[in-house]
Write a protein that binds this ligand. Structure first.
Ligand SMILES: [Fe+2]
Length: 398
């Protein structure tokens, strides 16, 4: 069947494919492609979506709740020693952290485990929790090197914001979460509803915990899809229509629109034809500055209901997880949604809750999902890139 062409279809011309970039700006020679609209002519209508999804990406919290050994890997002494040696050698080489890659961060033993993990993240259940990363012993600099080095085996790090942060810091920086059109929630202590980050795989390394809250919930978006297909196919259809405007919160390059009109749930092109979810309710709720001015339509009653039903279904099916200091959670955004509870930090001088975040990209030619976006085969697909902002890897929130 021919693809359905939706109104306003715009195919990004091939000349926008990434040109060679300056290594003076991008030390590993790769630039994050950033956010953009989908290829509208590749979006599929509801009628082409599966009635039920099967396979390892569909899981239930009950399978894992009392079996943490199924999704936890405690680093062995040998693995920690290998990471430590690679980090020390990298630091001695005085290469900028933004230039780290598999080539300059050899892990001859751990790499076999990471290759298996890559498959499970991309094609399987889509999550893991590492334990025993010695952040206190190593301190923030060496921990950041070892963490980013480990990450290079799971994808290409991409920029996470307009500042070019490729090492993100999830920390309450005192910004006002009520200002949702300007503030990124990861820089506050507010609750985060179920969402996917703007990348293929997200990593969170716990450096410091909150006094209370800040706990993690994850859910198989394929289990959520199956529940909706049975209980509320109307909601699913609303989520599949490309009628959703997502805010870019001002993180735009010259000439780009302030929002992206797209779907919440997509069908993978070719390949395995899997269902892909890209969602964040904060980003669709924050656009009243444009809808009040009549520039875009406000959320319809059906959309408002769809986002409420989606959140409730995620909550019902979620697996709860607590990150302790030295834990690393890796999640695949393609088939897993995540949330976190609001939190309260310890009073000073105790450190505030602090997670180091990695956003990683998995291009098609390395086994990544075939997505209806022009950059699906780019190494640093996704992320947030504003103009030629160089990547930076600060060691703390800024
Ligand atoms: Fe997130």
């Amino acid at each position: 069947m021919a693809p359905v062409v939706y109104e306003g279809a715009a195919v990004v011309p091939a000349h926008q494919l990434v040109k060679p970039v300056s290594r003076d700006i991008f030390p590993d020679g790769l630039k994050t492609t950033g956010q953009h609209p989908p290829l509208y002519d590749q979006l599929k209508p509801f009628s082409e979506f599966p009635q039920e999804i099967t396979g390892p990406t569909v899981w239930k919290a009950e399978e894992y709740k009392n079996n943490p050994e199924k999704w936890t890997h405690r680093l062995t002494d040998d693995e920690v020693a290998e990471l430590s040696d690679a980090a020390d050698a990298f630091l001695a080489g005085q290469i900028p952290l933004t230039g780290i890659s598999k080539g300059n961060f050899p892990l001859p033993k751990l790499s076999a485990f990471l290759a298996e993990l890559y498959k499970d993240l991309v094609d399987g259940k889509g999550f893991i929790l590492f334990k025993g990363f010695p952040v206190k012993e190593w301190g923030n600099h060496k921990s950041a090197v070892a963490y980013m080095g480990l990450g290079t085996y799971l994808g290409y790090f991409v920029s996470q914001n307009s500042r070019g942060h490729v090492l993100g810091h999830v920390k309450d920086l005192g910004e006002d979460a009520a200002q949702i059109d300007k503030v990124r929630i990861y820089r506050t202590n507010a609750r985060q509803y179920f969402h996917a980050d703007d990348c293929d795989i997200v990593g969170l390394l716990c450096i410091a915990k909150a006094l209370d809250g800040g706990e993690s919930d994850i859910v198989s978006s394929h289990s959520v899809y199956n529940a909706l297909a049975k209980e509320r196919p109307d909601v699913l259809e609303t989520l599949i229509q490309p009628i959703w405007y997502f805010d870019r919160k001002g993180e735009t390059s010259v000439g780009e629109e302030e929002y992206i009109k797209t779907s919440v749930i997509y069908l993978e092109n070719g390949g395995k034809g899997r269902v892909y979810t890209k969602w964040d309710p904060y980003y669709v709720r924050s656009l009243t500055r444009f809808s009040d001015a009549g520039i875009i339509p406000p959320l319809s009653a059906a959309q408002t209901e769809a986002l409420e039903v989606l959140e409730a279904t995620c909550n019902r099916l979620a697996l709860h997880m607590v990150l302790d200091i030295g834990d690393i959670q890796f999640l695949s955004n393609s088939q897993v949604l995540h949330a976190r509870t609001a939190y309260t930090d310890y009073p000073p001088p105790a450190p505030r809750r602090h997670l180091m975040r990695l956003w990683l990209a998995t291009p098609e030619h390395e086994g990544g999902w075939k997505l209806p976006f022009w950059d699906s085969d780019e190494k640093k697909r996704g992320g947030i890139q504003v103009n030629d902002t160089p990547p930076v890897a600060p060691l703390d929130g800024e």
